[in-house]
Design a protein around this ligand. Sequence first.
Ligand SMILES: Nc1ncnc2c1ncn2[C@@H]1O[C@H](COP(=O)(O)OP(=O)(O)O)[C@@H](O)[C@H]1O
Ligand SMILES: [Mg+2]
Length: 336
Amino acid sequence: MTTTTAQAAELAEPPGKGEAAIKTEGLRKTYKSSRGNVEAVRGIDLDIPAGEFFGLLGPNGAGKSTTIGMLTTLVAPTGGRAWVAGHDVVAGPVAVKRRIGVVTQNNTLDMQLTVAENLQFRSRFFGLPARVAARRADQLIDAFGLRDRRNAMADQLSGGQARRLLIARALVHQPDVLFLDEPTAGLDPQTRVNLWDILKVLHDQGQTILLTTHYMEEAEALCDRIAVVDHGRVLAEGTLEELKDNAGAVTVVTVRFEGALPADFAERTGLSAHPSVDRAEIEGDQVRVFSTDPEGVLGEVISLGTAQGLNVRDAAQLKPSLETVFLTLTGREYRE
Ligand SMILES: Nc1ncnc2c1ncn2[C@@H]1O[C@H](COP(=O)(O)OP(=O)(O)O)[C@@H](O)[C@H]1O
Ligand SMILES: [Mg+2]
């Protein structure tokens, strides 16, 4: 592509895409290597309006970072399309980069610079005059609780402070969309909650945010809408309430016995015919029951097992939550 056509492509806004802060259609990424292909993202459709706090939730390897990579122009898609702030990520990467702030999983602070300098240098990179850059740095230092660390070198910051500075730095040019890839991974619980508070304030101020996380409680605490992803696909999408309703607001009862169960345990004992049992799964030594009316189900499973001469090793009951949604959708336990 010549420079002229590239520039023209950057100016051309795809019709009807202006409203969405982020839109994707069948977005894909297959990594090719001599050891074989990895289908990291297998056709993802997103439509995220301006102002929304959107979460991509999924276990390790689900394709979250690859998706963020494509939306932030760092990873080239192998299929589908994506628009951020109205610009096509492939045809208009420069326009996209001007309108987004990105915090990746690595600490990319400049360790040779102070906190204030990290912010000022980034502002200068975006073309802000020195005086404006200094003022913007001061605002962000206050907003992110870094006042007493203003002149500290970046390598002297705690994990939580570094993460706050990374987010502040991503905001110097007041981007339309802020991308955060696992912003609280590796932080202790208190530091994580402090960071959540900062993100909530940003959201209240109207900042559009796309966050990835493998922490269910993080998605629950922060996001207006959540896409549950696994193996490169969106399994379900909606508000927390919608997800629970659509995946069935089920309680999941799990009982583990001492020793393997016969595969037809649920039929043989009449468990699958029980009025409160929507579905029963047998796996090795455990019975898992999905129920929308779980009263008495746990006791029933235990007594049916005991009647078969089985001893109970362990029993658990999960109330409807993102965890039960994931179990219902995948048949697998959610492992962080
Ligand atoms: N540069 C790469 N080359 C080859 N495979 C990759 C590369 N980056 C990620 N993958 C693979 O793609 C899949 C999705 O990875 P990733 O997007 O990092 O998931 P997540 O961020 O949800 O943990 C994984 O199987 C991962 O091993
Ligand atoms: Mg990742």
